[in-house]
Design a protein around this ligand. Sequence first.
Ligand code: HEC
Ligand code: HEC
Ligand code: HEC
Ligand code: HEC
Length: 289
Amino acid sequence: MRRQVLVTLVLLAAAVCAAAQAGFVPSTDVLGAHMNYGRGCTACHAPHSGASGNGKAKTADPSSGDSALWGEDVSGLYGKTITTGGGKFVEVLPTSMSATTPDVAGMMTCLGCHDGNYASSAMMRNRVFESLPSTYGANNTIPTLLGSGITGVGNYLNEHPVGLSAKISCGGSSNWDCSQSNGVVSMKGANSSKFVSNYGFFIKPGSYANNAVVVCTTCHDEHVMNVVTVNSKTASGLPAGKYATMFFLRAPYNPNDTNPGSNQTAQFCRQCHADKSNEMNGSSAGTVF
Ligand code: HEC
Ligand code: HEC
Ligand code: HEC
Ligand code: HEC
């Protein structure tokens, strides 16, 4: 009986803690680093005439602006090969902004600024915008140009797998007991649904050839840098409200959490890396904030 009371108290404390996290109030503009040093939305979206509407057309690209009214010239990336995950994931970028694969809006757009090799680095300062806690190293500034970092120009090998060949799978010993239809992942198995109630499934995979694939916007929401909203439409059992995040990540992810025992940043990765989750290893730990 006493033990039951204790368990209830512990559960209650955890719920109170999660509820307190749900009340996060961002104090700076949510567009954050993507205010683009004052240019705002139009740095990415030109209301008229694609990249030429921004004075940024380096080539006469007839598809410029066709996807998301894109206002950067990304023609330097057309057809280029980006090899990630140590060489196992080979992505050949589309040759037009009017291609319909998810790597157009979800990857080529980002690389228009974040490549720094094929695409010019323009106004990029090549350093992380947000202030980082002391748990990060201090030997160098953290780069934001992926194709032109400290490890060499054009080197994508040390990037997390991304592109049409970086597929998210269901079933087996390492994946969630989920199912997929047309690239939409349904987290309805015993373990996957438990994970969704403990944390959530915030990521947004691309859909390619009937498979869920990883693009930049799968993990990042380029419009909101520092906050994530959980409401009745979110696939998450966390108390509804606003949660802190960083780096435009789509899920609660706060390396600045004052509790060194918080696991929220690891939970982010477990959305896809199921075999590394508490649920698949029989631990009752949920999300600790
Ligand atoms: C850093 C670049 C960037 C900035 C800055 C940016 N966007 Fe976007 N936006 C994108 C990308 C990339 C997409 C396409 C995402 C996709 O389809 O996966 C997009 C999609 C959209 C869409 C269509 C899909 C949706 O999410 O509704 C709208 C509308 C939009 N943006 C409006 C805005 C507004 C308004 C602002 C300023 C408050 C803004 N964007 C700032 C990159 C940006
Ligand atoms: C118009 C240029 C532009 C585009 C397009 C763009 N970004 Fe950025 N991004 C920036 C700038 C500017 C910064 C600030 C850092 C810098 O100057 O190097 C930044 C910073 C970031 C950061 C780090 C923020 C932090 O926490 O400090 C992330 C993550 C990021 N961008 C992701 C993306 C993703 C994902 C996309 C595609 C959906 C994208 N960006 C498209 C300009 C851009
Ligand atoms: C599998 C998820 C995932 C994908 C896919 C992904 N990112 Fe990230 N990204 C992250 C995480 C997590 C961080 C924050 C890392 C940390 O805590 O320091 C991050 C950080 C960043 C940063 C800040 C600099 C840094 O190294 O921390 C930039 C810029 C960025 N991402 C851009 C991109 C672009 C561009 C793409 C697509 C080519 C992309 N990301 C794809 C998860 C992802
Ligand atoms: C959107 C789903 C998704 C998320 C979120 C995600 N990953 Fe991955 N990850 C993948 C896929 C897909 C692969 C490639 C196939 C595989 O190995 O399962 C991969 C592969 C990897 C690999 C092996 C790379 C190699 O060279 O073989 C590592 C390490 C990794 N991820 C770490 C992380 C970390 C750390 C995080 C959190 C910051 C994370 N992942 C978040 C989907 C994801």
